[in-house]
Design a protein around this ligand. Sequence first.
Ligand code: HSE
Length: 451
Amino acid sequence: MALKIGLLGLGTVGTGTAQILLDSQGRHPLLQEIEIHRVGVRSPDKPRSVQLPDGVITTDLEAIVTDPTVDIVVELLGGLEPARSLILKAIVGGKHVVTANKAVIARYGDEIYTAANKAGVYVLLEAAVGGGIPVIQPLKQSLGVNRIHAITGIINGTTNYILTRMQTEKGEFADILADAQQLGYAEADPTADIDGLDAADKIAILASLAFGGRIKLQDIYCEGIRKVSATDIAYAEKLGFTIKLLARASRYEPAADNTPEALQVRVHPTLVPQTHPLASISGVYNAIFVEGEPIGQVMFYGRGAGAGPTASAVVSDILNIAGVLKTKEAGTQKSVQSKIQNPKSKIDTLHPLLSCSHQHYCAIAPMNELVTRFYARFLTQDRPGVIGKLGTCFGNHSVSLESIVQTGLQGELAEIVVVTHDVREGNFRQALDEINSLDAIDSIPSILRVL
Ligand code: HSE
């Protein structure tokens, strides 16, 4: 019996998903048993690049999630509402859900997975992070036996595209952003991408899977790329780094033994050593770098957005559910009575490697406790003793310097760039406060962390 899909949304990813499902030749044979039953859209008369069977399109999205014949609801609407409500209604109606909606999962994962576990249905989200890159299922399954130390990603293609162009063209952020918008690489309202909010949603999901607990979005430190300048990119390059917007979740290693176990989860522009695998990820590409024991380091790389790649992830989730239902169907075929009592899509026991059973929220350590290297650029009076005073202020707060360079003048002012050794962020900030009070300091145009 064919498995019936109710598709919510026929935009870029919805269209890509329909195209795969309608063209199963040469793909996994189970796809031939999956049927697009209904497709919910806002504008039914819009020209479409996919030929759907007659009568499939509707504007009544509620009717799809309450349709008793639909087995899997595929939510590709994006945005918070009505996506969240429709997902919850589908779950209550006993339907499995596949979604690409990182914003809804990062905010309402608790509500959604609690409802899903109660209803005995799956909510799968491979497409929500890294587009076509398989990373959600690998974290749940292939890497599941590892103790993860850190997960670090370039998980926003728009910002990676802008930073890559700033580096290759030596251009300023505002000019490259405007051009990226013209070319369709950045949204008309680019806030979610360039302020790091999209990456924060995604690292919340990745961290939750890697570290086995829920993450409160508001606990994630988030800083976007608006303040990254061509000057900093050029200095970084000279010092052997590439600036990337990184999202990182890592185990917090407390100084005191009695500090409770916690994570550090953050999104910010970062100087990445040119020798690090993440430094070579350019343009719209995404990559997720996982460090764990005993696996060591492993990196997932690919297209983080776009119709085909994202649809590949969506349909892989559909296929996973189809596989589980197929196994169940084979098991119940022996008993007619059992088949009547258990409709095809109802699962008695959720597969532990496909479902989500997190019960608690992870503690997140404050940024002041982060231990990292810093890059800072100062504009100062050009007079004797200034570098010495900077060094003294850093020393007063136990900040050890790895390098200090003064290569030129900006007008009348000297430009001094410092890279520290690993330091507690709280100490570094205290040193900056003291430096700011020096007469010789004009401004501190940039402070960036180093991977
Ligand atoms: N806006 C995202 C990006 C793609 O720029 O990577 C969808 O997650």
